[in-house]
Design a protein around this ligand. Structure first.
Ligand code: ADP
Ligand code: MG
Length: 641
């Protein structure tokens, strides 16, 4: 419609009814009105029906008053366009009809006289409410799709992409062009096997829903775990025309689950190993103690000395092993001292260059910005040593071992769930050896897991590393692939602590206990240990009494008229625990000399002893001479006091 609709003859007065004649029986609404006043000049039957009044009622009625008030400004603003070429506009607004508010799309044409003056406007309209609502509904859905936190993909039944939302491009890294131009088959990726994929296709083609976890890859090749649900979209004939695919990125959750599983496994193994190690401590104490006693009695028989010396050496080796298991089970205390990691590694380097095969090249890179920090130097040395020994074992045909230290911020290794506000000493031990498969990688920190059964592997090396690093509140990471070598990364928090103290010195086994003549009460439930201590002390001149449990100890302390000078007290006692015995003693005589013995001096036991004012404790297994010296020191100190 255009200017052909203009009035060819100037009508006398207002336009006549004949102007809407062609629309008299039309289903379209037709209205003629005067633009300046909006006064209705004529309506057809459809209009009258729509607005609920007989046609004559509408004469002279203000057309604008039928409009939704919110739409009035827009409607009014568009009006002047009717007095300019092409004298025609199309617009949609809400109108107050007999059925309530309805969207009506109008085609409006200005009718002009021969001078070109607009005399009237003819508006032909259709109710487009259904369309509008459908469109709005569609817009809402489209926005929801675009903003959904899951990836949404629509494909043909064959898997050709038709639609992907922005989450999908964000997660996968593919652009829309790549997806649509290269027709990436979006449903293929991630199925564990060709057979699994075919099964999936058959299921979906039969109109069933499919859901499962798929491990696919992003555009950059990195791994992506998704929870995927696929369901058919059908047309009005019930044919499957499209597939709707919802994909939730669960990569992080998967990683956390793995971590949790690993942590739980290590925790339970630690508890188990710790339990065994505890009993072993007592057994080894007995072996060590009696051997030392026997050694002090053998005189000059060289063979007997040698035999007992071997037994003692074996027992010492066994205690080292137990210490390692305790280190793993985290029952071991960290003896914090000031550690300079570079010095420590340099010192080890000397040892390694002497003992490692010549065909292993050693490379060291030190970052001198790492300050001295608090850690247990013996334990850290053990960590580095164990990693280096493993690296050596992984390079039977030679290769290169690289030790690097540097300082990193927790922010840079946040994927390891460390404190981002903390700085870490980073120790990297890398080799060019055989590397590890995923199956081996998953188990290396388990105690007794080894692939070196035939070469004397104990499977304790990395278990110890794990325990020590965890005890220092650090983390371990590794990269390894079969044939491509391995790199272990150890991160220890760079904390400075003031309460650092020196470790006890080792004594040669044959030296005698310092002599004394005081009366000692030994409270210990393991008869052999009690006997061993008793004999050693008596040999050194002491008078010894013994109690086998807490109750008996109390009876002796309270009941007897023999006055003891010192009580040696085991913490782990039947009937009444050592702590309770100690409480009774302290209640009577707060300063009474007590030496605590324990196989497990953990932080909570330590705290409890501290609140009871207990200063002296010795950890099993100990050597007898160290025990004798400690005992002597306590007695001398209490005499001076
Ligand atoms: P062990 O060395 O006694 O076998 P570990 O706990 O030290 O016990 O190591 C466990 C296992 O981890 C080894 O048997 C080996 O399979 C694997 N492993 C450890 N370090 C490396 C490495 N640097 N390269 C390849 N495999 C290693
Ligand atoms: Mg090892």
């Amino acid at each position: 419609m255009n200017t052909a609709d203009s009035v060819t003859k100037a009508p006398p007065g207002p336009p006549t009814a004949t102007l809407l004649e062609p629309w008299a029986d039309s289903l379209e609404l037709a209205v003629l009105f005067e633009p300046a006043t909006r006064r209705i000049l004529e309506v057809n039957r459809a209009f009258a029906r729509k607005f609920g009044q007989q046609a004559p009622v509408w004469m002279d009625h203000d057309l604008g008053s039928l409009l939704h008030t919110e739409d009035t400004p827009d409607w009014t603003a568009a009006a002047p366009r009717l007095s300019r070429p092409p004298y025609h506009i199309a617009r949609e607004h809400r109108w107050q009809t007999a059925q309530g508010w309805r969207w009506i799309a109008w085609e409006e044409t200005a009718l002009r006289d021969t001078e070109g003056q607009v005399q009237a406007v003819r508006a032909i309209g259709r109710d487009v409410t259904k369309h509008r609502l459908a469109e709005e509904h569609f817009r809402k859905l489209a926005q929801a799709f675009e903003q959904a936190p899951v990836s949404i993909v629509i494909t043909t039944p064959g898997g050709t992409p038709q639609y992907v939302n922005s989450r999908f491009t964000e997660v996968t890294g593919y652009t829309l062009e790549e997806i649509f131009e290269h027709q990436i088959p979006l449903l293929r990726d991630g199925h564990p096997s060709e057979a699994a994929y075919r099964h999936f296709c058959a299921l979906v083609a039969s109109g069933k829903k499919w859901s499962g976890e798929l491990r696919s890859r992003r555009k950059d090749g990195s791994e992506l775990w998704e929870l995927v649900q696929i369901s058919p979209i059908r047309n009005h004939l019930d044919e499957i025309t499209y597939l709707l695919c919802l994909r939730e990125d669960i990569t992080e959750r998967k990683a956390l689950e793995d971590q949790l599983r690993q942590a739980q496994k290590m925790e339970s193994l630690g508890t188990l190993a710790g339990g065994i190690a505890h009993d072993f401590n007592n057994i080894i104490s007995i072996i060590r103690g009696f051997t030392e006693l026997s050694l002090s009695m053998t005189g000059e028989d060289p063979r007997l000395n040698r035999y007992l010396g071997s037994v003692h050496a074996a027992a010492v080796r066994a205690s080292t092993l137990v210490r390692q298991i305790l280190a793993f089970s985290r029952k071991n205390e960290v003896a914090y001292r000031a550690v300079h990691i570079n010095d420590l590694v340099r010192e080890l380097a000397g040892l390694l260059s002497e003992t490692f095969p010549r065909d292993i090249e050693q490379v060291y890179e030190f970052d001198d910005s790492i300050e001295t920090f608090a850690a247990d130097p013996d334990q850290i040395r053990q960590v580095v040593m164990n990693l280096c020994v493993n690296a050596r074992d992984a390079m039977p045909g030679g290769g290169s071992l690289t030790l690097t230290t540097n300082r990193v911020s927790g922010r840079d290794i946040s994927h390891l769930k460390v404190d981002p506000a903390q700085d870490y000493a980073h120790i990297r031990v890398a080799d060019t050896g055989v590397g590890m498969s995923a199956e081996v990688r998953a188990r290396i920190f388990e105690p007794f897991f080894t692939t070196k059964q035939d070469h004397g592997g104990t499977g304790l090396g990395l278990a110890v590393v794990y325990g020590i690093v965890a005890n220092h509140h650090g983390v371990i990471d590794l990269e390894s692939e079969p044939g491509k070598g391995t790199a272990f990364h150890v991160y220890i928090p760079l904390k400075i602590r003031a309460d650092v103290h020196a470790p006890p010195a080792e004594h040669p086994p044959k030296a005698k206990l310092p002599p004394g003549n005081e009366r000692i009460l030994i409270v210990e439930d393991e008869a052999p240990i009690q006997e061993m201590l008793g004999e050693a002390l008596e040999a050194a001149g002491y008078t010894v009494e013994a109690a086998l449990d807490g109750g008996e100890a109390i009876e002796r302390i309270l009941g007897s008229d023999t006055k003891h000078d010192l009580i040696v007290l085991d913490l782990n006692l039947p009937r009444m625990g050592g702590i309770d015995v100690l409480k009774v003693i302290r209640a009577r005589t707060p300063d009474f000399p007590v030496l605590i013995m324990t196989g497990n001096l953990n932080a909570s036991a330590k705290a409890e002893l501290e609140t009871l004012g207990q200063k002296h404790a010795i950890e099993k297994p100990f050597d007898l001479v160290a025990f004798g010296h400690t005992l002597r020191q306590i007695l001398d100190a209490s005499r001076e006091a």
